[in-house]
Design a binder for this molecule. Structure first.
Ligand code: PLP
Length: 433
């Protein structure tokens, strides 16, 4: 029984290289974080060996007394971490990740071809909220359900709630989704609740990006207004890769959410839960109740404000003019460059962020902006001072990108730009995270 480096040096060496990359780079991808050693120990434990289809006390396999104890503890901690009363809210901690969690909710409360409204992906929404192009139903959500996205007001960069309301009255969705992958502001949950009530729709929040901020009460709380709340567990919450679904226990619109959602997770769409992940999640949810965690989330937000202010001073155009949360979205189009080129150049300097479409982009293939997040580097101890330097580094990368555009013929820089502008260069629109 060998350890990894003895039994598979090839995989060990790839892991070592990735570890080095994570260690050396400035990790600014808004959906990423560095989880704790304790979480990784649980994820790398014997919990991975066990099958436990079903729920605590109602399993399809024997030998689950400790797994039952673990999942029950994880559920309790999930409710505590988000300050929820267990008489009003329940939770399923088995979803394998964020996209499956969302699809499980749709499966639970909708019939095929029922209508949904989520924020459009080019305006900051997530694929799993129903993304489709005029030519193709890209996400499974848009294949099995009829999706009519709502959008931002391009002049303010804020959700256009008026338009959402008008469209909802005509489209009559059965589900409205509040949540995003690239939206620097709080959602107006009370307003969305009113719209959902006016058309008889469920209101779900997908708080994947902001769940750590919600647990620490540093952004608006979706639980006060929504029927269902989904989340990933590996972004600002800083846990293992996974997902959770919170649901109201009382029937909503005649649906018993608890049984519908639990059944959609298993046997609907999943088999055996990933118990090692549930173990890691339980550890993360204990951390999420500590004063250190609250302090960390406060810093995520104050660091983001410092980053936004410095970028603003440097003359950048920020979508919505700033940020209330953990990310900023920079519109690079006034400079005559796109996000893909800047992402590539910064990558060469070990600064990792992602190109992102910004409202008003003519083509989804050439995203006009970049998304920058503060959770990961805040975990590594960055303060406002370091984030001011991060803004300066990004500025330098943008200047290099601009200079490269004007490089003299035959220069190395020009060769590089030829590559950057060639077909081999991945200009593909961000559709994966
Ligand atoms: N929901 C939102 C808002 C997200 O940003 C993401 C991923 O970035 C997901 C869901 C999907 O999560 P996963 O990648 O774990 O499927």
């Amino acid at each position: 029984d060998f350890n990894l480096s003895e039994s598979d040096p090839e995989v060990q060496s790839i892991i070592d290289k990735e570890k080095e990359r994570q260690f050396k780079s400035l990790e600014l991808i808004a959906s990423e974080n560095f989880t704790s050693r304790a979480v990784m120990e649980a994820v790398g434990s014997c919990l991975t060996n066990k099958y436990s289809e079903g729920l605590p006390g109602k399993r399809y396999y024997g030998g689950n007394e400790y797994i039952d104890e673990l999942e029950t503890l994880c559920q309790q901690r999930a409710l505590e971490a988000f300050h929820l009363d267990g008489k009003i809210w329940g939770v399923n901690v088995q979803p394998l990740s964020g996209s499956p969690a969302n699809f499980e909710v749709y499966t639970a409360i909708l019939n095929p071809h029922d209508r949904i409204m989520g924020l459009d992906l080019p305006h900051g929404g997530h694929l799993s909220h129903g993304f489709m192009t005029p030519k193709r139903r890209v996400s499974g959500t848009s294949i099995y359900f009829e999706s009519m996205p709502y959008r931002l007001d391009e002049s303010t960069g804020l959700v256009n709630y008026e338009m959402l309301e008008k469209t909802a009255i005509l489209f009559r969705p059965k589900l409205i989704i509040a949540g995003a992958s690239a939206y620097p502001r709080d959602f107006d949950y009370p307003r969305m609740r009113k719209i959902a009530d006016a058309v008889g729709a469920f209101l779900m929040a997908d708080m994947a990006h902001i769940s750590g901020l919600v647990a620490a009460s540093v952004v608006a709380n979706p639980f006060e207004y929504c029927d269902i709340v989904t989340t990933t567990t590996h972004k600002s919450l800083r846990g293992p890769r996974g997902g959770m679904i919170f649901f109201k226990k009382d029937p909503i619109l005649g649906v018993d959410l608890e049984s519908a959602i639990n059944n959609a997770v298993f046997p609907g769409l999943q088999g055996g839960p990933h118990n090692h992940t549930i173990g890691g999640l339980a550890v993360c949810l204990k951390h999420a109740q500590s004063p250190e965690f609250k302090n960390y989330q406060n810093k995520v937000v104050s660091n983001c404000k410092a980053l936004a202010e410095r970028l603003f001073e440097l003359g950048y155009n920020l979508v919505s003019g700033g940020s209330d949360n953990h990310l900023v979205l920079v519109d690079l189009r006034p400079l005559g460059i796109d996000g893909a080129r800047v992402e590539k150049i910064l990558d060469m300097a070990s600064i990792t962020l992602n190109k992102n479409s910004v409202p008003g982009d003519k083509s989804a293939l050439v995203p006009g902006g970049i998304r920058i997040g503060t959770p990961a580097m805040t975990t590594r101890g960055f303060t406002e001072k370091e984030f001011v330097s991060v803004a300066d580094f990004i500025h330098e990368g943008v200047q290099i990108t601009l200079e490269a555009k004007q490089a003299s013929p035959g220069s190395k820089l020009q060769d590089f730009m030829k590559f950057v502008t060639s077909k081999d260069f991945p200009l593909a629109h961000r559709i994966s995270d």
